[in-house]
Ligand binder design. Structure first.
Ligand SMILES: Cc1ncc(COP(=O)(O)O)c(C=O)c1O
Length: 425
C-alpha cells in the first residue's frame, strides 16, 4: 500500500495548496520535485543546445537527453532507442503518423478504422486524412455498458474462464477488411475509463489484414500500467509526458524501426538532416529525421526523472492503488441519488477515471461548486464529442485519480456533490 502523505511530500504543489484535492490527472498529472529539479538543473547547470556543440556543456546536455531516450525505450520494452521519437505530446505523435505515413500510403477507397471512444487527438487527424485522400472512415461503436462493441467480447471478470480470443472478436471481421490501412484506437478511454483489449484486437486485425498499420493512443495508459510495445504487437504508440508526472511539451511516439525508416520526415529544417546541398538533402537516420529544430530539452530531461520516479514506485502498485480508489468512488457515487455513472462497472476493465452526471445540474456548475471546496474536477466534453453524442449528453463531470490521491479525496468529492445537490435542488 502507498504511504500517501509521503508521496504527497514529493509534490511541491501540496505545500502551496494544503487543502488541494486534485482529481484531474487524466488532463494533466501533478509534478514531483525530482522532475521540477531535473528541468531546473538543466537550465541552471548545463543549458546548451544538443547534438551540435563539441564543447562539454553541449555534450552533457546531449548525453542527458539521449539517456532519456534509452530510458523510455526500456520503460516500454522497445527494441531500440532509435524507435523513440520525441514530440510535444500525444496529439503531435498521432499527427506525425497521419502525415508522414498516412498521407503517403492511403488512397481513395482505402479504410481507416477508429472507435467512438477516442479523444479528438486520435479521431480528428484520421477523419481529416480520410477526407483528404477520399478514404472511408469507420468508427467502432460501444456497448451500452461502455465496452467496445466487439460482438461476443465479455470482460474477463464476468467469467474468469473466458479468454478473449479471436473467436470473441468476430465482429471485427465485418469492420476490418483488406482495404483497411489503419486501425487507430485508444488503450484507455479518457471518459469511460474502459481498458480496451488492445493486444487481442491487434492480433485479430492483423489476422484479417496482415498489412494493417495499428496506432495505439497510450495517453491514459502509460502513466498507470506497465506496457510493453513488443508484447502489445502494435506498430505505433503515442503518449504524453505531462500525464505521467513529466513536464508539458515533451511526449513520445514509439514506432517500429522498419516503418519509421521507410517514412518521410514530418517537419523539415535543422537537426533532421545529414547533408544539405543546393538542390537536394539527405535526411538524418531515425529517430533524428523526425526531430526537426531544437526540441524541448529540459522537458525531455524532466520526463526522464518522471520515468525514474514511476519505476521506483512500481507501476503495479500504482494500478492497484488506483483500482482501490476507483472501486471506492464508484461505490460512494452510486450511493448518491440522481447520479448517472458512465463506463464499465467491472473494476478490472476500468482505469482510474470516473465520469458522471448529476441529474438536473450542469457539469460546469458541479465543477464550480467543487472548486469552492478545493476539489479540481473536469467538466465538459473532455475532447470526446462523438462519444458524448453517442451517450446522448452534451457534457459530463470527470474525476480522475493518480498515485497522490487517497480515499479522503473521494470523500471530499462526495461531500462536495452533496453540497451541489443542496444548492441546486
Ligand atoms: C486518450 C487521450 N489521448 C490523447 C490526449 C491528448 O493528449 P495531449 O493533449 O497531451 O496531446 C488525451 C488528453 O487528455 C487523452 O486523454
Amino acid at each position: 500500500m502507498f504511504n500517501i502523505s509521503k508521496i504527497k511530500n514529493d509534490f511541491p504543489i501540496f505545500k502551496y495548496h494544503r487543502q488541494l484535492t486534485y482529481l484531474d490527472s487524466a488532463a494533466m498529472s501533478l509534478k514531483p520535485k525530482v522532475v521540477i529539479e531535473a528541468e531546473d538543473n538543466y537550465y541552471k547547470k548545463y543549458s546548451a543546445n544538443i547534438h551540435r556543440g563539441i564543447y562539454r556543456l553541449s555534450e552533457k546536455a546531449t548525453e542527458e537527453y539521449e539517456n532519456v531516450r534509452r530510458k523510455i525505450a526500456q520503460f516500454i520494452n522497445a527494441d531500440s532507442e532509435k524507435e523513440i521519437v520525441f514530440v510535444r505530446n500525444t496529439t503531435e505523435a498521432i499527427n506525425l503518423v497521419a502525415y508522414a505515413l498516412g498521407r503517403v500510403n492511403l488512397e481513395k477507397g482505402d479504410e481507416i478504422v477508429t472507435t467512438i471512444m477516442e479523444h479528438h487527438s486520435n479521431f480528428v487527424p484520421w477523419q481529416a486524412l480520410s477526407n483528404e485522400v477520399g478514404a472511408i472512415f469507420k468508427v467502432i461503436d460501444i456497448t451500452d455498458d461502455g465496452y467496445l462493441n466487439l460482438d461476443a467480447y465479455k470482460p474477463k471478470t464476468q467469467n474468469p474462464k473466458s479468454k478473449i480470443t479471436t473467436k470473441n472478436l468476430n465482429f471485427l471481421e465485418s469492420i476490418i477488411t483488406k482495404k483497411t490501412k489503419i486501425l487507430a484506437l485508444t488503450y484507455v478511454s479518457n471518459v469511460l475509463g474502459t481498458i480496451n483489449p488492445v493486444k487481442e484486437i491487434i492480433e485479430t486485425a492483423k489476422k484479417i489484414n496482415p498489412r494493417i498499420i495499428t496506432v495505439v493512443d497510450g495517453a491514459q495508459a502509460i502513466p498507470h500500467y506497465k506496457i510493453h510495445v513488443k508484447d502489445l504487437g502494435c506498430d505505433f504508440l503515442a503518449f504524453s509526458g505531462q500525464k505521467m508526472l513529466g513536464p508539458t511539451g515533451a511526449g513520445v511516439l514509439w514506432g517500429r524501426k522498419e516503418l519509421l525508416t521507410q517514412m518521410s520526415p514530418f517537419l523539415f529544417g535543422g537537426e533532421m538532416i545529414s547533408e544539405v546541398y543546393l538542390n537536394r538533402t539527405i535526411f538524418a537516420q531515425i529517430p533524428h529525421k523526425f526531430e526537426a529544430g531544437t526540441p524541448h530539452i529540459a522537458g525531455v530531461i524532466g520526463l526522464g526523472a518522471a520515468v525514474d520516479y514511476l519505476t521506483q514506485l512500481g507501476l503495479d502498485k500504482v494500478r492497484d492503488h488506483e483500482k482501490d480508489l476507483t472501486a471506492y468512488a464508484l461505490l460512494k457515487l452510486a450511493e448518491l441519488k440522481d447520479v448517472t455513472i458512465y463506463g464499465p462497472k467491472e473494476i478490472d476493465r476500468r482505469a482510474g477515471v470516473v465520469t458522471f452526471n448529476l441529474k438536473g445540474v450542469h457539469p460546469h456548475d458541479v465543477a464550480a461548486v467543487l472548486d469552492e471546496e478545493n476539489v479540481c474536477l473536469r467538466s465538459g466534453h473532455h475532447c470526446a464529442m462523438p462519444l458524448h453524442e453517442r451517450l446522448g449528453i452534451d457534457a459530463s463531470v470527470r474525476a480522475s485519480f493518480y498515485l497522490y490521491n487517497s480515499k479522503e479525496d473521494v470523500d471530499k468529492l462526495i461531500n462536495g456533490l452533496l453540497k451541489v445537490k443542496k444548492i441546486f435542488k
